[in-house]
Design a protein around this ligand. Structure first.
Ligand code: C5P
Length: 295
């Protein structure tokens, strides 16, 4: 059986500003996405059985899984050029409901692998549209490793990654569902910044991300003030990062994972250790300078 594998990296949102709910139910956003070394591994191969076979520890019906949906959309777009059966296998390391983009990255990995296995089946320029259909964060993971992102997540402008820092990631012990986080934001905030304001602010954020020491970063996550009121565990985990000396700390996406930026791997590892000492799950990671290759 012909098959290909790739790592599907997690992301952090260095900055995440959210606009008001749009007519289509989504929210405009302005964000800097940075891919990181924590990753799932995804393998895609031809299968003798027709259809899509998904071999992964999944907590929802396979048809609702992002990898399955990505493969289904790709097969539909490939039409008669599609192989009859596709087998997908994934090893999950990125926690779900964490704001780290695990499900989105896995879906993008399936699209990248199918495109690599069958380059003539779907035009490369069609992949971004399929990715956006699976989910708002999926288009980023086709490009990466660092991007300024607008729209509902589908307008992805690659920017230089920054890789001179280390990360500690702390899981506060509970997941947060993205749709719930947006609903709470709508309930508790009268309106957010408009599209033009979001885009204008983003250029300054990208400049500062590249130029300034992390201690000077003045970025924000609009979900945090709302969610930290509802989930006191977030502030406790954030406190661990601050006490450990993080130069910058924030929540990723709609949570629940918090990340701290440290000068080197040793200080990030000490922060992760102090989180584990109080019973929290924690990881160290580093920002990626390029997306993982397929093998
Ligand atoms: O696109 P995705 O399936 O990841 O989005 C999950 C949910 O998060 C959407 O149904 C929507 O409620 C919310 N969302 C949003 N605005 C975005 C992205 C997601 O309101 N830009």
């Amino acid at each position: 059986m012909t098959s290909l594998s790739t790592d599907a990296p997690a992301k952090i949102n260095i900055h995440l500003a959210i606009g008001p709910r749009r007519k289509d139910g989504y929210h405009g956003l302005a964000s800097v996405f940075q891919a990181i070394s924590l990753a799932d591994t995804v393998t895609v191969g031809l299968d003798t059985e027709p259809g899509i076979r998904l071999d992964c520890r999944v907590d929802c019906p396979p048809e609702r899984n992002t990898m399955y949906r990505a493969a289904a959309l790709w097969l539909e777009a490939a039409g008669s050029r599609a192989p009859s059966g596709v087998a997908i296998q994934a090893t999950k390391r990125i926690p779900s409901g964490a704001g780290l983009g695990g499900g989105s990255s896995d879906a993008a990995a399936v699209l990248r692998l199918l495109a690599a296995l069958f380059p003539a089946a779907v035009p490369p320029e069609a992949l971004a549209g399929l990715a956006a259909e699976v989910g708002s964060d999926v288009p980023f993971f086709l490009g990466g490793p660092c991007a300024a992102v607008l729209g509902r997540g589908e307008l992805v402008r690659p920017v230089e990654p920054r890789s001179d820092y280390a990360l500690a990631l702390i899981h506060p012990g509970f997941p947060i569902a993205t749709a719930d986080a947006y609903a709470r934001l709508d309930e508790q905030r009268p309106a957010g910044p408009g599209d033009r304001e979001l885009a204008a602010e983003l250029d300054g954020v990208v400049g500062s991300y590249h130029k300034d020491e992390p201690g000077l970063w003045n970025f924000r996550n609009d979900f945090y003030p709302v969610l930290s009121g509802a989930y006191p565990g977030l502030e406790r985990a954030m406190g661990v990062l601050r006490t450990a000396g993080a130069s910058f700390s924030a929540m990723s996406g709609s949570g629940s994972v918090l990340f701290g930026v440290f000068e080197n791997a040793d200080s990030a590892a000490r922060a992760a250790m102090s989180a584990r000492a109080v019973g929290l799950s924690a990881w160290t990671a580093f920002p990626l300078a390029r997306l993982p290759e397929s093998v």
